[in-house]
Design a protein around this ligand. Structure first.
Ligand code: ATR
Length: 287
């Protein structure tokens, strides 16, 4: 019942989440329920894997159609792809891998950032009524705090959408390196509180500052938040971080980290099945 497994037939497509540990993952329940609801002939398993390379070479038949990757295998997964999406290559990590039906080759993607961008676009679109063809991020000044895997992903993603990017990081050298790749501006995180060249900017936190158990911490002082029209936090434990609570108090629109997770599940579902995601069902399972 937990995984809602359907009867396995000769043409059932096998999917799974590759990680270690994996017992806590909500993904098997989520995707099995979602596959079933749209009548897709697939299953999705929790895969406790030590060596991604060994796993991939053992389960190489076309029945093994796609995988999600989680800690600690996002980097190893990339090395096992036949082909890697350019953004995933820049980030140095994949979040999902799809087997092409024509030649059986495995292609890796990083869709984590797409979830964050979709959630931010939706919140912006809803507030300014922009036409769907133009990203509401185009032309916006977008400040990314953090320059690790998640920071890189978001910086590339919003750059592609036409935003002007600022990278703020504790270690300035990493901010500079990332900013130079997206035609952006680098700043030390400690100086971000005094940076407000214009009003109505967008702020995204990808650092771990404010995550459980140190929930009283915040990466940017409250006084600075009034310059931002929208604030997103990739942290989702807790859901309402100090940063988001203070942004809300300063009058900004806020986007929760949980929305990033929900939206990347929509994207992965569509990659796995080629069908539109059952969005309400996915929201209900993850609620
Ligand atoms: P992820 O894959 O989640 O992005 P990561 O690659 O380990 O994780 O990156 C962590 C990010 O959080 C980095 O930008 C890191 O800043 P440094 O490059 O200076 O290390 C940032 N970070 C972590 N702890 C921090 C702290 N206490 N204050 C400020 N930034 C912090």
């Amino acid at each position: 019942e937990l995984y809602n497994l359907r009867q396995i037939e000769a043409d059932t497509k096998v999917h799974g989440v590759i990680g270690n540990p994996i017992g806590h993952s909500k993904s098997p329940h989520l995707y099995n329920a979602a596959f079933k609801s749209v009548g897709f002939n697939g299953i999705y398993l929790p895969l406790l894997v030590d060596s991604v390379a060994n796993y991939i070479s053992t389960y190489s038949s076309p029945d093994f159609a796609g995988y999600s990757y989680t800690i600690p295998h996002k980097e190893d997964g990339l090395k096992c792809c036949d082909e890697v999406d350019p953004i995933a290559k820049e980030i140095g990590a994949i979040s999902c891998m799809i087997r092409r039906t024509d030649d059986g080759k495995l292609k890796g993607y990083n869709v984590d950032y797409l979830g964050a961008i979709a959630a931010i676009e939706e919140a912006l679109g809803a507030s300014n009524g922009a036409p769907a063809s133009v990203s509401p991020l185009a032309g916006k000044l977008f400040v990314v705090m953090g320059a690790g895997g998640a920071g890189k992903a978001l910086a590339y993603g919003v750059y592609e959408k036409g935003a002007r990017v600022v990278v703020a990081n504790r270690t300035y050298g990493k901010a500079e390196e990332l900013a130079s790749k997206v035609g952006g501006h680098a700043i030390a995180l400690a100086n971000l509180k005094d940076f407000h060249p214009e009003e109505g900017m967008i702020l995204a936190n990808t650092t771990s500052v404010g995550m459980k158990p140190r929930t009283e911490e915040t990466p940017l002082a409250k006084e600075a938040l009034k310059h931002y029209a929208l604030v997103f936090d990739a942290i989702y434990t807790p859901k309402l971080t100090t940063l988001l609570r203070e942004a809300q108090e300063a009058g900004s629109t806020i986007v929760y980290g949980t929305e990033m997770f929900i939206n990347q599940a929509f994207v992965q579902f569509e990659r796995f099945t080629g069908l539109p995601a059952p969005e309400q069902l996915i929201r209900d399972v993850l609620a």
